[in-house]
Design a protein around this ligand. Structure first.
Ligand code: NAP
Ligand code: COA
Length: 261
């Protein structure tokens, strides 16, 4: 159930890096439903084309690897040329897998850091002179791993911790120009590639759910609502924050001592 009125994002353009599947595609769809002109990008051009068709409402799909600054910048330049200054930029591309540190190669670590952290820098740095000033809202999709050390995810923990700091530093540097920079930190979200990788069976899913205060996985739509809030005028005085939309996951293990015994 959404509290947002129809047409809330009318007249705004949004670029969602990594918006061709999962949570980010959900964000793209919701922004389009609320009136924004939406462009999504991922590595796979066919997936990007399908995502744009699924979003409808004139959405555009681009292909670029966020690890490649020039390619990412080129996609955003095309959007700017077609639609003018961007009002909303979401950096959501990420890679993750479970691997013990002792079994992870330097390239495996680097790959995830490059997609999540360097990719977020590339998207935000690349859009700097292509966004509406004042008024633009930049949003990074981060994760609880940024704050909570998580075994088998040393790569994602390091990468997302960096993403949170990118958000905070840019909020300070670009705030004077009227640009807001925030993060959304989803908890475990049902039906996503991320959870297929991190909770690969029923037992793990049950164990994770049992420790969350709200005792359930989140929905893609719930993350989309948080992203919409942050880029709406209702959040006009909010910058440099990480909005945890995670059912209380970051509070820690929400079983009482009797349940734990
Ligand atoms: P997903 O469906 O795998 O989406 C990843 C998106 O990023 C796809 O559009 C993918 O398209 C794109 N992508 C991946 N590598 C890329 C690259 N190098 N350059 C450009 N695009 C790239 O993932 P998800 O599970 O929905 O997760 C989305 C975001 O939410 C991520 O930032 C993730 O860390 C965060 N998150 C997810 C969960 C969860 O429960 N799923 C929890 C916390 C945080 P291509 O494959 O075509 O490139
Ligand atoms: N365990 C350990 N290492 C792994 C691994 C795993 N499950 N998967 C990949 N790696 C390592 C590879 O072995 C390689 O290192 P090496 O050269 O030393 O052997 C390195 O990571 C890069 O792998 P590669 O397959 O070339 O990377 P890629 O750039 O093609 O793909 C990934 C990036 C690995 C992150 C891939 O899983 C991906 O594209 N993910 C996007 C979707 C996703 O993760 N969604 C969830 C978001 S939360």
């Amino acid at each position: 159930m959404s509290a947002f009125r129809d047409g809330l994002l009318e007249g705004r353009t949004a670029f969602i890096a990594g918006g061709t599947s999962g949570i980010n595609l959900g964000i793209a769809k919701r922004m389009a439903e609320l009136g924004a002109r939406v462009a999504v990008a991922g590595r796979d051009p066919e997936k990007a084309r399908r995502a744009a068709a699924e979003i409808g409402r004139g959405a555009a799909g681009y292909s670029c690897d966020v690890r490649d600054y020039a390619a990412t910048r080129a996609a955003m330049e095309q959007i700017h040329a077609a639609w003018g200054p961007m009002h909303i930029v979401v950096s959501g591309a990420a890679g993750n897998f479970l691997a013990p540190a002792a079994g992870l190669s330097a390239n495996g670590f680097k790959t995830v850091v490059d997609i999540d952290l360097l990719g977020t820098f590339n998207v935000f740095r690349g859009c700097y002179d292509l966004i509406a000033k004042p008024g633009a809202s930049l949003i990074a999709i981060t994760a609880g791993q940024a704050v909570n050390p998580t075994m088998l995810q040393i790569h994602a923990c390091a990468a997302k911790a960096g993403v949170n700091q990118v958000v905070r530093v840019l909020a300070m540097e670009w705030g004077p120009e009227g640009v807001r920079v925030n993060g959304v930190s989803p908890g475990p979200i049902a039906g996503t590639e991320g959870m297929a990788r991190l909770a690969p069976n029923e037992a793990v899913t049950k164990a994770i759910t049992g420790r969350i205060a709200l005792r359930r996985f989140g929905e893609i739509d719930e993350i989309a609502e948080s992203a919409v809030f942050l880029c709406s005028d209702s959040a006009a005085y909010i910058t440099g924050t990480i909005l945890e939309c995670d059912g209380g996951s970051q509070l820690g293990d929400a079983r009482n001592p009797m349940e734990r015994a």
